[in-house]
Design a binder for this molecule. Structure first.
Ligand code: PHE
Length: 346
């Protein structure tokens, strides 16, 4: 019987050492210490011994039981400690390590300037409106006093779509300018009105550093009673001065657009040299900025208003060109290249 106890001691200790996880240790417990475990079995065999043996062996067996249970506890503690240090190692965090930097994107230079332009005109009471990029020939041309036979159509090389527009409005075209929205806005909102329309326009251009098939314009239209070019002069001087954050001057030259009469080109004083003459203004002190003029009665009629009661002016400038000039960008293609080395500079 003593031998059996010794063997049990040895095998229990071995089993305890072998267990490397708490789960394994638990099954050692069931096998040796549990209700049906070896230890219980031996203890229950004691009743078959003589009273003398019962006393000595029983004592030894109980001592062994206590000792082994102590060993079990020790091993359990050991494994618990190991678990804790393992998870500490996994969760360890170096609070002094430098952080990761994430690239933060920003607004495209074209959109930045568009937002500024919108804000300034909004402060002067203009609404910002939107229009379709696929237009009908009517809105893009006829309604604006550019009939089919008119040579002015050649000023804007056009992408036509292989489809007719609704309501006898001719073919569908990619709008060549934002001017169709002069008519759209008058029809939708009535007169008087003050709007600007920023947007993409398309022309069948051979691409080079200063020409692209797709670029951005901003259209302006003000219709009311007793409107003159003096209002346009005031609005544009104020707009440009606010945009460039300095006193700007403007001048008008005659220009031709079928939807304005008189038609004008507006130049602004050169922001770079204060009219002394530089590379940007080609030594003239002035920079060509936009086409404009008093809205042609034909257009006011197209918009559903009475030209004997209402008059106004319209303008259209190239937002893309404005951005290029403002930031000294020498190639229009940079703006749509998606090259982050270029974009990161703004
Ligand atoms: N739509 C003209 C262009 O694209 C610009 C313009 C707009 C001229 C309004 C006069 C009045 O060239």
């Amino acid at each position: 019987m003593r031998k059996t106890l010794q063997k049990l001691e040895q095998s229990t200790l071995e089993a305890l050492q072998k267990a490397t996880t708490l789960k394994e240790l638990q099954s050692v417990y069931t096998d040796y210490f549990g209700k049906k475990g070896l230890l219980k079995e031996i203890l229950s065999n004691l009743k078959n011994l003589s009273p003398d043996e019962k006393q000595t062996i029983g004592k030894a067996a109980n001592e062994l039981k206590n000792q082994l249970e102590g060993q079990f506890k020790n091993r359990q503690n050991e494994l618990n400690q190991e678990n804790i240090s393992k998870s500490l190692k996994q969760e360890w965090l170096d609070l002094t390590a430098p952080g990761k930097t994430y690239e933060i994107g920003h607004i495209h230079p074209l959109s930045q300037t568009q937002e500024e332009v919108e804000r300034i005109f909004q402060q002067m009471g203009f609404s910002i409106i939107d229009g379709p990029e696929i237009e009908s020939e009517y809105y893009n041309f006829e309604g604006l006093n550019i009939p089919a036979h008119h040579p002015a159509r050649d000023m804007q090389d056009t992408f036509f779509l292989d489809k007719k527009a609704h309501h006898e409005e001719g073919r569908l075209v990619l709008r060549t300018h934002t001017s169709p929205n002069q008519i759209r806005a008058m029809r939708k909102y009535g007169v008087p009105l003050r709007i600007i329309v920023p947007g993409r326009v398309f022309r069948n251009e051979a691409t080079d550093a200063s020409h692209e098939h797709t670029f951005d314009q901003v259209e302006g239209l003000l219709i009311d009673r007793d409107i003159s070019l003096a209002h346009l002069k005031g609005v544009m001087t104020d707009f440009l001065s606010r945009l460039f954050k300095k006193e700007m001057k403007i001048r008008f030259r005659p220009g031709y657009f079928p939807f304005v009469e008189p038609g004008l080109e507006l130049d602004m004083s050169c922001v770079f040299c204060n009219e002394k003459g530089c590379r940007v203004c080609k030594k003239t002190g002035w920079i060509e900025f936009m086409g404009c003029g008093m809205t042609h009665p034909h257009v006011i009629r197209s918009g559903g208003a009475d030209p004997t009661q209402y008059q106004g002016w319209a303008f259209g400038f190239g937002l893309t060109r404005l951005v290029m000039m403002r930031y000294g960008i020498d190639d229009i293609r940079h703006l749509t290249s998606g090259d982050v080395r270029f974009l990161e500079q703004f």
